[in-house]
Design a protein around this ligand. Structure first.
Ligand code: PGA
Length: 250
């Protein structure tokens, strides 16, 4: 049975106070049934690491550079994230693909670098609005996932998490319906099964895109939805805690 995972992607939002508020709220309710990962901006990883210590919560980075170290001003390596206590790192978020021109190839290299450093990559895939309108959503997510599976192979894929995030649903308040999301999740699971049956059963496939407390329960009840990647709603301590409770079936 796959353990549900809820990851809070803060993007370039938040303050030190928010770290205290969110982790303070979640520490009280987090327990072993659901894994909860907070992905704050880099400067907040230190204070967040102090606060999650001894709890069931864990930390993730929002991105990483592929090198271990080097003269890459502004960049942060997987080794540094690991050193700060991260267990996860998001790779291939649509905002990275769109605003930082990250290709499928680079995303695959980042996933590989994450695993090399002992981090679990949360690999994001998802079609944009025009692609969905053209009925190309399956082709797009298949291509994005295939770049990563081809690079990692079955054994490393067991260390990954996949997140389906339709771009038209991110930050728009327009959530995919549970049926639309389940359809893509089942497709992604099928792609993983073509690689290896064990990978298909062990890899968690998260849904992201306007997840909130009011829709989380219905989304997480879908057979192939193993949790969520939550942006805006992870910036409110009470709202995010409610989403985590929905994931725990409480
Ligand atoms: P959202 O963002 O929940 O604000 O739609 C999700 C994400 O980008 O990971």
């Amino acid at each position: 049975m796959r353990r549900t995972l809820v990851a809070g992607n803060w993007k370039m939002f938040g303050t030190r106070q928010l770290v205290r508020d969110v982790i303070g709220e979640l520490r009280a309710m987090a327990h072993g049934a659901t894994e909860v990962v907070i992905c704050p901006p880099y400067p907040y990883l230190g204070p967040a690491a102090d606060m999650v210590a001894g709890s069931a919560l864990c930390l993730g980075g929002q991105d990483l550079h592929v090198a271990v170290e080097g003269a890459f001003t502004g960049a942060v390596s997987g080794a540094m994230l690991r050193d700060m206590g991260c267990a996860y790192v998001i790779v291939g978020h649509s905002e990275r693909r769109q605003y930082f021109a990250e290709s499928d190839e680079l995303v695959a290299t980042k996933a590989e670098a994450a695993i090399r450093e002992g981090l679990r990559p949360i690999v994001c895939v998802g079609e944009n609005e025009a692609e969905r309108e053209a009925g190309r959503q399956f082709v797009v997510v298949e291509r994005q996932l295939a770049a990563v599976t081809a690079r990692l192979g079955a054994s490393a894929m067991t260390q990954t998490v996949v997140a389906y995030e339709p771009v038209w649903a991110i930050g728009t308040g327009r959530t995919a319906t549970p049926g639309q999301a389940q359809e893509i999740h089942a497709f992604l699971r099928g792609q993983l099964r073509r690689l290896d049956a064990n990978v298909a059963e062990s890899v968690r496939v998260l849904y992201g895109g306007s997840v909130k407390a009011s829709n989380a329960r219905e989304l997480f009840a879908q057979q192939d939805i193993d949790g969520g990647l939550v942006g805006g709603a992870s910036l409110g301590a009470v709202e995010f805690a409610a989403i985590c409770m929905a994931a725990q079936g409480m």
